[in-house]
Design a protein around this ligand. Structure first.
Ligand code: SF4
Length: 81
């Protein structure tokens, strides 16, 4: 399992991640990003590509320590589904 965190304060909704790893990241409307915080190990390569492509480096892969910092935002977004 790969843990993912997205710093939604940084995310500008460029959607590069959603193009590169649509199984994990989806855009909801023009700017809101939804993502699965626990991806399958098989998605690791795609995730790395998505993280590298993010123009503002908002995606943290294997972000065990960082998860707490952005948890509140992630919950706010998943609650909006
Ligand atoms: S690529 Fe980065 S800025 Fe764009 S939607 Fe994904 S996380 Fe947000």
């Amino acid at each position: 399992m790969v843990r993912i965190a997205v710093d939604l304060n940084r995310c500008q909704g460029y959607a590069q991640c959603a193009f590169l790893a649509p199984e994990i990241f989806t855009m909801h409307g023009d700017e809101a990003l939804l993502y699965d915080p626990e991806a399958d190990e098989a998605q690791r390569a795609k995730l790395a590509q998505a993280a590298a492509a993010c123009p503002v480096q908002a995606i943290l892969v294997d972000a065990v320590d960082a998860v707490d910092a952005v948890d509140a935002s992630a919950e706010a977004v998943s609650g909006a589904r």
